[in-house]
Design a protein around this ligand. Sequence first.
Ligand SMILES: Nc1ncnc2c1ncn2[C@@H]1O[C@H](COP(=O)(O)OP(=O)(O)OP(=O)(O)O)[C@@H](O)[C@H]1O
Ligand SMILES: [Mg+2]
Length: 236
Amino acid sequence: MSIEEPIISFDNVMVHYGDGAPVLKNVNLSLYKKSFHFLTGASGSGKTTLMRLLYMGIKPSSGILKIFNKDVAEISREELFEIRRKIGVVFQDFNLLNHLTVLENVALPLKVIGDNEKRRENQAKEILDWVGLGGCFNTLPDVLSGGQKQRVAIARAVIARPDILLADEPTGNVDEQIANKLMGLFYGMHQMGTCVIVATHYRQFVDTFHYNELRIENGKIVASKSNVGQGGGILI
Ligand SMILES: Nc1ncnc2c1ncn2[C@@H]1O[C@H](COP(=O)(O)OP(=O)(O)OP(=O)(O)O)[C@@H](O)[C@H]1O
Ligand SMILES: [Mg+2]
């Protein structure tokens, strides 16, 4: 049996903004496909910073981060776009395009990978129906509530079945019933092979689902729970 390569690996990664103190330090982490991780830590501990590293919005200040076995410090622009196509992101502040309708926002990742218009529209409608936004296809994001925007962002992040799904506080604006439904969606993605990372303050999820918890404390990742043997896969 061959030894599986991690799809994300951190080797002594440190991040600081400008001249500030390190937000993340000595991060050593390997994450594998079909694994599920909760990313936790106090407000300001560095969860969004770690997500930014993973969608390559920022680069490590030092150390090596490899995604799909490519060193992010050395990739070309073309490679960056290619890798990003395989990563779905739910941003903490949603990042929806306000000049596009809800349907167009959600269908965008399929446009990027070259799906035809009919297929894009059908798939986007299906996922929007599923997240309870079937009545909002032609609405502009601006007029939606926070919880509705959040569901549009989630629909957009999962529609192209990414290999890595990064969800930054994805249930912060919805009620418990919808939050559970969305967690079911993330679980389904994980079961289909996606490496899922969910940043959350919602302790109930972390305690209920027996997934790996990556907790950031004083800039370091503390693995408080391991799910190796349950489709998890983490080495620290
Ligand atoms: N663009 C930036 N420039 C300078 N400092 C930043 C920037 N973004 C974040 N920081 C700082 O980095 C630290 C970590 O911030 P980050 O947003 O990663 O935390 P977080 O864990 O996501 O917090 P929250 O739970 O509130 O979302 C904070 O001290 C923050 O002030
Ligand atoms: Mg954050």
